[in-house]
Design a protein around this ligand. Structure first.
Ligand code: OFO
Length: 165
C-alpha cells in the first residue's frame, strides 16, 4: 500500500509529464511555423514519449490500487527566440524533470517503498538519456551556429528520429 504522500507526488508527476508533452507540442508548432521541420519532428516524438511517461506512472498507480487524480495543465510557452532557444529550454526543462524524479526517489527511499524504488529506476535512466541527447544536439548547434549549411544538415538529421512506443 503506497502512502498518500507518495500517491500525491506520483499524481503530480503524471501532471508534469503531460505538461512536458504540451510544452514540446508547443515547440512543434513554433518549429513548423519557422520551417525547422527536423526539430519539429524531434519535438513531436518527444511529446509522444512524454505521454508514455505519464501513462507509465498512471498504470503504476492503478497496479498499486491507488487512485489517479488528473489536474489541469497550464498554458505552455509559445514564444521562442530561435532554434537554439528551444533546445536550451528543453534541456532546462529536462533538468527540472530529473530533479523531480530524484525527489520522488528520495520519498520512496525514505519510506523504504522497494517496489516504487525499482519502478523509478527506469525514469532515472531515461533522464540520463534525455539530458544527454539534448546536450549533444546543443553542442552541434553551437558548432554550426555561424554556418547555415551545417545547421540545415543538423535539422535534416533530426528528421530521422522515429517514435518507438
Ligand atoms: Fe518525461 O522526461 Fe522528458 O520531460
Amino acid at each position: 500500500m503506497l502512502s498518500q504522500r507518495l500517491i500525491d507526488a506520483i499524481n503530480d508527476q503524471i501532471n508534469y509529464e503531460l505538461l512536458s508533452s504540451y510544452l514540446y507540442l508547443s515547440m512543434v508548432a513554433y518549429c513548423e511555423d519557422n520551417d525547422f521541420h527536423g526539430a519539429a519532428n524531434f519535438y513531436r516524438v518527444q511529446a509522444k514519449e512524454e505521454v508514455d511517461h505519464a501513462m507509465k506512472f498512471y498504470d503504476y498507480l492503478i497496479e498499486m490500487n491507488a487512485r489517479v487524480i488528473l489536474k489541469g495543465i497550464p498554458d505552455p510557452e509559445v514564444n521562442f527566440a530561435g532554434y537554439k532557444d528551444t533546445f536550451e529550454k528543453s534541456l532546462a526543462h529536462e533538468k527540472t524533470v530529473t530533479a523531480r524524479i530524484y525527489n520522488l526517489m528520495d520519498i520512496a527511499m525514505e519510506e523504504r517503498e522497494h517496489a516504487t524504488i525499482s519502478f523509478l529506476k527506469w525514469y532515472v535512466d531515461e533522464q540520463v538519456e534525455e539530458e544527454n541527447n539534448l546536450n549533444t544536439i546543443l553542442g552541434k548547434i553551437k558548432r554550426a551556429e555561424q554556418n547555415p549549411a551545417a545547421l540545415y544538415m543538423l535539422d535534416d538529421e533530426l528528421l530521422t528520429r522515429v517514435y518507438v512506443p
